[in-house]
Write a protein that binds this ligand. Structure first.
Ligand code: THU
Length: 170
C-alpha cells in the first residue's frame, strides 16, 4: 500500500512582521531619541550631488560608542554607498568584536520634504543582518523622515524575513 504523505502538495507560508510606529521623534524612548539626533547630524555631511537625497545613520555599539555614516554617491552610480553601510562597516572596522545594539536612520531631500520614514534598501538590510548574526544579538532599527512618524523594529528579521544566512553554506 502506498504511504500517505502528510505534506500537502501546496500550502501558503504567512510572514508576519511587527513595526512599532511612534507619532514623532519626541515620543521615542530617550536612548532612541539621542541616537536619532546623531543620525540627523550625520545627514549634514552626506555627499549626494546626484540624487539630492541625503541620508544619515548612527550606530550604537554595546560598548557605548556611537559611529556615524552618511550616503556617499559617485558619478559611476553603483560605486556609491548608502549611509547604513558606511556606518555599520565603519563600526565593524573600528570595533570588530563589539556587538551593534541599534542603528538610527534619518534623511533629507533637497527636492521635497520627506514626511515618511526612510527604510533601508535590500543590500543594507542584508548587511545589517550579517552583523546581527555575527554577534548573535538583535539590532534595533530606528527609521525616520525629516519629521513625522518614526518606525522601530527590534531585529533585522522584521525587515528581512527569510533572510539568506551562512548556515546554508555549511
Ligand atoms: N540611500 C541611503 O543611504 N540609505 C537608504 O536607506 C536609502 C537610500 C541613499 C542611496 C543614494 O545615495 C540615495 O539615498 C538615493 O537612493
Amino acid at each position: 500500500m502506498a504511504k500517505v504523505s502528510r505534506i500537502p502538495d501546496k500550502h501558503t507560508l504567512m510572514v508576519r512582521t511587527e513595526i512599532e510606529v511612534y507619532a514623532s521623534a519626541e515620543k521615542l524612548p530617550k536612548n532612541d531619541q539621542l541616537l536619532l539626533a546623531k543620525a540627523k547630524l550625520a545627514v549634514k555631511n552626506a555627499y549626494a550631488p546626484y540624487s539630492h537625497f541625503q541620508v544619515g545613520a548612527a550606530v550604537r555599539l554595546q560598548n557605548g560608542k556611537i559611529i556615524l555614516g552618511n550616503n556617499q554617491e559617485n558619478a559611476a552610480y553603483p560605486s556609491g554607498l548608502c549611509a547604513e553601510r558606511v556606518a555599520i562597516f565603519q563600526a565593524g572596522a573600528l570595533y570588530p568584536n563589539v556587538a551593534v545594539k541599534s542603528i538610527a536612520i534619518s534623511c533629507k531631500s533637497i527636492i521635497k520634504p520627506v514626511l515618511e520614514p526612510v527604510t533601508p534598501c535590500g543590500a543594507c538590510r542584508q548587511s545589517i543582518a550579517e552583523y546581527e548574526l555575527r554577534s548573535g544579538k538583535p539590532i534595533r532599527i530606528i527609521m525616520s523622515g525629516e519629521k513625522g512618524a518614526v518606525y522601530v523594529v527590534n531585529s533585522i528579521s522584521s525587515l528581512l524575513p527569510l533572510l539568506f544566512n551562512a548556515s546554508i553554506l555549511k
